[in-house]
Design a protein around this ligand. Structure first.
Ligand code: FES
Ligand code: FES
Length: 158
């Protein structure tokens, strides 16, 4: 089986990994790096459970080949908390009751992080638009939107 060697930065750590050339970034993260917070819901770009930030932009890791991550900076859900403190969006998801089974949560949180980076005070319509690629089968989205609004207020007043 052909192999590819990729150097990338994941959650602040630059690493060089040799892996199967056909492997996706999703399975490079899960199998090669043990970062199981990035989920596989559909493997075909429909559900957003595999969302990570690549150079600051949300991408479906199931649609990115490992080789395409060469030289890129990746943030997964494991990379959000710092100094033992959850990210404001993680705290807001917990406080707002925005998590039920949790399978969609890492992807939703990372999409929301990217949204608040580019639009610190989003309208509800902007939040809904930013989440169109992230499906949740449990919550009905109301608490997720409330969580993102709460986090935006917290960051705004920090
Ligand atoms: S697992 Fe990637 S979009 Fe569903
Ligand atoms: S909380 Fe279960 S899929 Fe969203």
């Amino acid at each position: 089986m052909s192999q590819v060697t990729v150097t990338l930065t994941v959650n602040g750590q630059t690493q060089t990994i040799t892996t199967d050339a056909h492997k996706t970034l999703l399975y490079l993260l899960r199998d090669d790096l043990g970062l199981y917070g990035t989920k596989d819901g559909c493997s075909e770009g429909e559900c957003g459970a595999c969302t990570v930030l690549m150079d600051g932009r949300p991408v479906n890791a199931c649609l990115v080949l490992a080789g395409q991550a060469q030289g890129r900076t990746i943030i997964t859900i494991e990379g959000l908390a710092g100094d033992g403190e959850l990210h404001p969006l993680q705290r807001a998801f917990i406080r707002s009751g925005a998590v039920q089974c949790g399978f969609c949560t890492p992807g939703l949180v990372l999409s929301a992080v990217a949204l608040l980076e580019r639009q610190p005070d989003p309208t509800e319509a902007q939040i809904r638009q930013a989440l169109t690629g992230n499906l949740c089968r449990c919550t009905g989205y109301t608490q997720i939107i409330a969580a993102i609004q709460a986090a935006a207020r917290e960051v705004d007043h920090a």
